[in-house]
Design a protein around this ligand. Structure first.
Ligand SMILES: COC(=O)c1ccc(CCNc2nc3cc4nc(N)[nH]c(=O)c4cc3[nH]2)cc1
Length: 374
């Protein structure tokens, strides 16, 4: 049974697209970058800064929130938006990926993944049905199917096994989701590693089931960028053009620009906030590592023409000092500066596609990144 479509394509330029996705908590302009608020907070930032930076939607994690404070508790407190104070659209990942990267003693069976909580060692079972139930309790606008993601490089047998399990879990996730109210969405996740035929089989299986949108999973797991881009080239054309495509866990500004060029609409990554906490700034002219001593006497701001006040009002020397001194303000300023840069990039991408000038935008943006005089 085909699910209703909440995505509207506004313009295309080559394979690049710009559109908007309507959710119960508001509109999402695409291509969109979703800042990652894993445990119900954007580390080092107030939600008002996330909104002012231009983010329409943020990501939360089933794995973290079900372990602490608990999905039923968040539901009893009114759901994620009421609980956190972010009153806009939220997407939640389904938990399987995080179990494999964070939990101890984890085991995958046909029925579910079982693991011990990294917080208190409690034994936990996460089935597709429980993952959907948790995401419904959280009240997220876009839920993800439960899947199994294999790190690369991997044997073809293992990639195929995980891809076929993920298809069976897609079916069970969809069945468990069917009682969700109108407007709430469920995305399927394409697996298949770095093997084109398996990518095609996964995409075809999901499209036959029908989802509100389709994620390209199983990437940004250690493979070179060229392999990631090749798998997007194999997968995006196999997905419906009228539904959103979401590349999970990606990425650097360069990854995002390349993936938009290949037809991807949504992104999420911890990079802007995590790198910010480690002293690395993203700017229009590339990355700046403020731990480097060369900034100690530099009175210039990161970018005097930036639309974001903190990127034009603080000397690099001060940011360098804050980072070296381990001042909390350093992590806060660089997190907001980086989220603001990512949203500035997405706005530029959306405008360029809308005006049919994406190729020029692509070339100029990449040239600016490699200026190196920063
Ligand atoms: C400073 O930057 C960092 O520390 C850092 C850490 C990890 C990533 C990569 C994250 N990659 C990634 N996240 C992912 C999340 C996923 N979720 C599901 N359900 N299925 C997937 O198939 C999947 C694949 C992913 N790939 C990128 C950056």
């Amino acid at each position: 049974m085909t699910l209703p479509n909440h995505f509207e394509l506004l313009a295309t330029d080559g394979a690049a697209r710009t559109g908007r996705l309507t959710t119960p908590h508001g509109m999402v302009r695409t291509p969109a970058f979703m800042p990652v608020g894993t445990a119900g907070a954007m580390k080092g930032m107030h939600w008002r800064e996330v909104r002012e930076a231009g983010a329409d939607i943020v990501l939360g994690n089933t794995y973290h929130l079900m372990l602490r404070p608990g999905a039923e508790r968040i539901a009893a407190l009114g759901g994620l938006q009421r609980f956190t104070g972010w009153n806009g659209p939220m997407l939640t990942d389904s938990g399987g990926f995080q179990v494999m990267s964070l939990a101890d003693l984890r085991k995958v069976s046909e029925h579910a993944v079982t693991f011990r909580s990294h917080i208190d060692g409690a034994k936990v079972e996460l089935s597709p049905e429980r993952s959907i139930e948790v995401q419904r309790f959280l009240g997220s606008d876009i839920a993800m199917q439960m899947d199994e993601c294999v790190r690369l490089p991997a044997e073809r047998d293992d990639i195929e096994r995980a891809m076929r399990l993920s298809l069976r879990w897609a079916e069970r996730s969809k069945r468990a989701f069917e009682s969700a109210p109108d407007g709430y969405m469920l995305f399927g996740i394409v697996q298949g590693g770095d093997i084109p035929q398996l990518r095609h089989a996964s995409a075809q299986g999901l499209v036959e089931m029908g989802f509100h949108g389709y994620a390209i999973g199983g990437l940004a797991v250690g493979e070179p960028q060229a392999v990631m881009l090749a798998m997007i080239d194999e997968t995006a054309p196999a997905l419906p053009t009228d539904r959103p495509r979401y590349l999970m866990g990606v990425g650097t500004p360069d990854d995002i620009l390349e993936a938009v060029k290949r037809g991807v609409d949504m992104f999420d990554c911890v990079m802007p906030t995590r790198n910010g906490r480690h002293g690395v700034a993203f700017t229009r002219f590339g990355q700046v590592n403020l731990r480097n001593a060369r900034h100690a006497d530099d009175p210039r701001p990161l970018d005097e023409a930036s639309t974001w006040p903190s990127a034009r009002n603080y000397a690099r020397a001060y940011l360098h000092h804050l980072v070296k001194a381990g001042e909390t303000l350093g992590a806060m300023l660089l997190s907001e500066i980086n989220i603001a840069y990512y949203q500035f990039l997405m706005q530029g991408i959306r405008d360029a596609i809308a005006h049919g000038t994406f190729e020029e935008f692509y070339q100029r943006t990449r040239a600016d990144w490699s200026r190196g005089d920063i």
